[in-house]
Ligand binder design. Sequence first.
Ligand code: SAM
Length: 172
Amino acid sequence: MSIVLLRLGHRIFRDQRMTTHCALTARAFGCEKMIYSGEKDSEMEKSIEDVAKRWGGDFKVLYEKNWKKVVNSFPGKKVLLTMYGVNLPNIIEKIRPIKDLLVIVGSEKVPADIYDMIDYQIAVSLQPHSEVAALAVFLDWYFQGKELEKEFNNAKIKIIPQEKGKKTILME
Ligand code: SAM
């Protein structure tokens, strides 16, 4: 199984937090990696790499200027998340059995070419909101909540859940 996020059109000044949160959400909720296009952002890449080093797992962030190359070369099915798509509840049963998915989110207006390159366009409600929310809800419906119990190997730090307060242990 390979669930990969493609984040289109990253703009360092405008999108740094949102793209970082796309990566953190993708990592926490079951994606193998995030590929992003637009402006190369080494600082953002490093911040995600540091999270993965401390909290474990093999999540990667990769830059690819040519987003079409990513879409055309992906061996599985391609899903564009957009408020104009088929609403998630009406298509998830068709999507869940697909094991290799490229999940695509925009930042600015997505390039019109993409519509002929994808297999599905899926809405997470028919209202405008955020790529982070759309990604999180899509992944939760796809994994049916199992992503919330995912274990991350080689973690240097782990949380011990508390009813009140915070507790972590170092796994050195
Ligand atoms: N300003 C851009 C435009 O007008 O096209 C879109 C901004 S929107 C916040 C950025 C991304 O969030 C979209 O490309 C889409 O991937 C995602 N998104 C926002 N609302 C969504 C929804 N209801 N369902 C699925 N994806 C959504």
